[in-house]
Write a protein that binds this ligand. Sequence first.
Ligand SMILES: Cc1ncc(COP(=O)(O)O)c(C=O)c1O
Length: 382
Amino acid sequence: MFSERISRLQGSLVREILAIAQQPEMISFAGGLPAPEAMPKVDFTGMPDSLSQYGPSEGEAWLREAIAAEMSRIGVPAKPDNVLVLTGSQQGLDLAAKLFVDQGTPVMVEAPTFLAAVQCFSLFGAKFVEVGLTPNGPDLVQMEQLLERERPRFAYLIPTFQNPAGFCYDAATRTRIAELFDRYDVVLLEDEPYRELAYDECDRQPICSQLKSAPWIHFGTFSKTAVPGMRVAYLVADQRLMPYLYKLKQAADLHTSRQGQWAMHKLLTSPDYPAHLERLRGFYKVKRDAMAESLDRHFHDLADWVVPPGGLFFWLKLKREADTYAMLPKALERKVAFMPGQPFYATPRISNELRLNFSNASLERIEEGVRILAEVIRKELG
Ligand SMILES: Cc1ncc(COP(=O)(O)O)c(C=O)c1O
């Protein structure tokens, strides 16, 4: 009855855990939910009635112009014609998968990587080529060997405040990746939902801005800086890819909500927007620091981690071999939710890692949750 690809359809563990984590007494470190109190008020006052009509598939001209200007400011020389407005950057991953992936197509991803990207690429039959990740970025020696041997059609990378690891690639790594991708003519999919959430100094120069010949797509979103429920995001791509992406977008949903685009444009161009971003960074930095202190207190003998310079997550590796997936039910019983490491790997493995989100819980609940989680893990490790 179903298409052949449905045999590869996976559920999203995040969404399943999130459903459990919605219970009010649960302390949730599981999702990547922005804090509701940090979200700007969406103001529809003055929205033209004409936006109730169907609109252009590529997105509203004024929003594309504002996004192109922002991309140029961060070093990516983009024109409005290079911008496609998306219904969430998740949609961009779907369009890219449709553009590039057939059954068995080699696709490079970081290990670990964003699990919803794995879900999306595997549906279309991707054969994953995993490159190991260090706090400075991918293992470059391994990356070069894999590019040479596996010839992936594209590489999906999250260079700035990676999800789940929180790492930020350093400048030399970014430059080297651009050189390698030009040499091997690999398409770069650069996903940057967290780039504005920077708490410490680190290099954030988009890799696509350093490419000379390799094709590229860069994804951005308003989900983490404004409101995820609006589902407004964008891609900026190499001119060679735009006609295909435009038609794929048209086939997928005609266009992104015009009202949502209008509200995001109003926010993006408001004189208060830079101050909003500053407040947001300040607000999350306090939470990041609170979780770092709680981890020092309760996890120092249990796990290793790097304090993330930005983004929304800590990535912990237990000092002993263990399966954090098997520990999740015990933590949920004690009303603490976290994401085990296992689903962040494109090829199945047992993982002694866990991802902890710090943006959603209050400061008190961060301390309480980390304390309880350490108790659960200590007991499980015997
Ligand atoms: C790496 C990464 N890419 C994409 C997304 C999806 O963002 P959006 O809300 O724009 O679909 C997320 C959200 O958590 C993410 O972490």
